[in-house]
Every structure is written in C-alpha cells, then in structure tokens.
Design a protein around this ligand. Structure first.
Ligand code: GLA
Length: 382
C-alpha cells in the first residue's frame, strides 16, 4: 500500500523537464547501430543529404545525431572537448552549420563518467564547460551515456548535466542513457526528455523481443516532453527479415519510442524505405496525445498492444503481434480496448480500410509479424 502511495505521489509531482522540447518523440538518425566507432564527417554530410533527398526529413526524421567516437581529447588548458581531427577535420561547428543548412537538427553524445563507453573523454566533472560548448556550437540534442563512472548512482551523475544544459541560451534535448538500471522512469522526467529503459539493442529478432518485453509496464511514465526510450531502430541493418523489421517499427511507433534510424540511409532498400516512411504508422508515434501503448492482451506468443490516439480522427490503435514462427489467429475484444459499439477498422501498415467490426476484431497474423489497426467508432463518424 505504502509503495503505491509513493508511486502516486511521484506521478503527481514529476513534471517533464522544462525546456519545451520533445513534445513528440524525436525522430532522426544515429550512426551507432550501423557504424559503431567508424564514423566521420563524410558519412555525416552524406547522411544529411540523404535525409533530405529520400524524403525522410519531410516524413519527420529531422535529428542527425552523432554517437560515441566523435571526440578525441580535452584541451589541457581550457579543458574544452576536442573533436577527433582525423574523423572530423572541419570541426563540429562547421558540420553543425551544414546540417542546419539542410533544415535538420544536430545531436551530440557524451557520458556521465570519466570516459565514454569507447574510452573517449567523458563529461563527469566537466558538465558546465561541455554544456557551454554545446550551446556555443548550436547543438540541439545530447545523448548522455553511463560508462566509466565513479560508482555513484545515475541519480547523482545525471542532474548536473541537465542543470548545465538548462543554463544555456540554446535549448538542448536531453536524452539519458543509463540503460534502465535505476528505473529512470520514476525519477528522470524533471531532468530529461527521454531515458533509455534497457541495455543495447542488437540487430536480431530475440534482442528486439527481449527489449519489447521490458516495455510492458512503462506507459504511465511517458507523455509529451518525457519519453521511455527502448533504444534505436535496427530496421534496414540486415539481421532481420522485412516482416520482422516491420513489426519492430510498428511496435516502436506505438510505444512512442524516439524513432532514431540506425541504418545506412544513403543505400536503403525499397522495403526499408517503405517501413520507415509509412505515414500512417509515423502518425501514431507523433500523435498529439502522446500516449504510450500498454500490452492489453497476451496469450502465449500472441499479444496486443494498444493506445488511444487523437489525430486524424480520434480512436484506438492496436498492434496485433505474433511472435511465433507460424501464422496465428489473434482476436482483440473491444472491452479490452475500452471501446464499444460498431467500429470502422483501418489497416495502418497497408493503408486500407477493412470494414466494420463489433465486439471484437480477429485477424490472421503471419509468423513473426505485426498487424496495426485503428478503430474508430462508427457512431462518432456519422
Ligand atoms: C552504450 C550505449 C549505446 C552506444 C554505445 C557507444 O553502449 O548504450 O547506445 O551509445 O554506448 O559506445
């Protein structure tokens, strides 16, 4: 009882970080899942060009973020962070300018420790000077990792960077990455715009499934300005089948996850492009209510995740997800979705209307696939 009272108090008192950013989950690109440490300014410029020329930017993917390995050292006198002169010979400010000139936003990465996970200089103890540098460089987004720490809690090490960013004239989205270790959803909303809820994703079906499982009870902590982050997208990296990537994307969209593409977008297949640019699926992620999906049904390997949406006609969106390798029939009862009466049903992935249903909806879902449907009350449309 005491525990529930404590949680309620926290929910009532934790307002989102007051920087006005992240009212919708951020969308963009990050090199880590594809390139790891092998990043350079040429890749960044080509990616900026591709975000625009492919239409990804117009579809909403506007953040171009760097991850680990852009830094090399700290200036021994000024203590300012220095970009790797071999990988980034033009320096970060000129790259930021280039990215901004394309109408995109630019993100950087650092770590709440002495070093980043790849052994580059971290920001612990240098929060003020680093935040000033980011603002001076016109950075829009900071991902803040959790390696090589001094052993203190993230609850101690993350607030100083948040406070330092808030002091700057430039508003900077703050993305916490402590891997869900200390249940950041319970304490991070006032200091961050999003927080990782798990360890790293990898380009495998079972990694995606394991991470999904950990999102089941987190919906109540998300909303405009404060998002749970189940890690970046693997769509297009080659380790999963197209229908598996489609399921990964649909589920990340309905979970209101930050949609950060992790593949080489200068060389995408048509299938990858189709998944990433699906307007109706993206609209669920970017819905103005900002409600993260909850798992409303689970029977062995079949599950249904659902969330209310407000835009393009209010309704409820559900993802019927089959984890088994063979086709399964999945039924969702309308009372589990909090809806009643006849509903118009639309398949959002294929963008087709499927007619009307009452009481429940049943669908044959192929193995390792997801069907994403939107239910809208027939009565409210008349
Ligand atoms: C950690 C993070 C990853 C990535 C790497 C970079 O593992 O969780 O997302 O940023 O560090 O080293």
């Amino acid at each position: 009882m005491q525990k529930y009272f404590f949680i309620c108090v926290i929910l009532i008192t934790l307002n989102a970080l007051d920087n006005g950013l992240g009212r919708k989950p951020p969308m963009g690109w990050n090199p880590w899942n594809k390139y790891g440490c092998n990043i350079n300014e040429e890749i960044v410029r080509q990616t900026a060009d591709a975000l625009v020329s492919t239409g990804l930017a117009a579809a909403g993917y506007i953040y171009l973020n760097l991850d680990d390995c852009w830094q090399s050292a700290r200036d021994p006198v000024t203590k300012k962070i220095i970009a790797d002169p071999i990988k980034f010979p033009s320096g970060i400010p000129s790259l930021v300018q280039y990215v901004h000139s394309k109408g995109l936003k630019f993100g950087l990465y650092s770590d709440a420790g002495m070093q980043t996970c790849e052994g580059k200089p971290g920001s612990l103890g240098y929060e003020e000077i680093d935040a000033e540098t980011y603002s001076e460089w016109d950075i829009d987004y900071l991902k803040y990792d959790n390696c090589h720490t001094d052993g203190t809690s993230p609850k101690v090490r993350y607030p100083p960077m948040s406070a330092a960013l808030m002091k700057q004239s430039k508003k900077i989205y703050f993305s916490m990455c402590e891997w869900g270790l200390e249940k950041p959803w319970l304490w991070a909303p006032p200091i961050a715009n999003s927080w990782r809820t798990t360890g790293d994703i990898s380009d495998h079906w079972y990694s995606f499934i394991a991470i999904l499982e950990e999102q089941a009870n987190l919906a109540q902590y998300a909303g405009p300005g404060q998002w749970n982050d189940p890690d970046m997208l693997e769509v297009g990296n080659g380790g999963m089948k197209t229908h598996e990537y489609q399921a990964h994307f649909a589920l990340w969209a309905i979970l209101k996850a930050p949609l950060l593409i992790g593949c080489d977008i200068t060389n995408m297949s048509q299938d990858t492009k189709k998944i990433l640019m699906n307007r109706e699926v993206i609209a669920v992620n970017q819905d103005s209510l900002g409600k993260q999906a909850t798992r409303v049904k689970k029977v062995l390997t079949s599950e249904v995740w659902a969330a209310e949406v407000a835009d393009n006609g209010a309704g409820v969106v559900a993802v019927l997800f089959n984890q088994a390798s063979i086709q399964e029939s999945i039924t969702i009862e309308f009372d589990k979705l909090g809806i009643s009466g006849a509903q118009n049903v639309r398949d959002l992935i294929n963008q087709v209307d499927l007619g009307q249903s009452t009481v429940s909806y049943t669908c044959q879902v192929p193995g390792r696939s997801a069907v994403m449907v939107k239910f809208r009350s027939v009565q409210s449309e008349q």
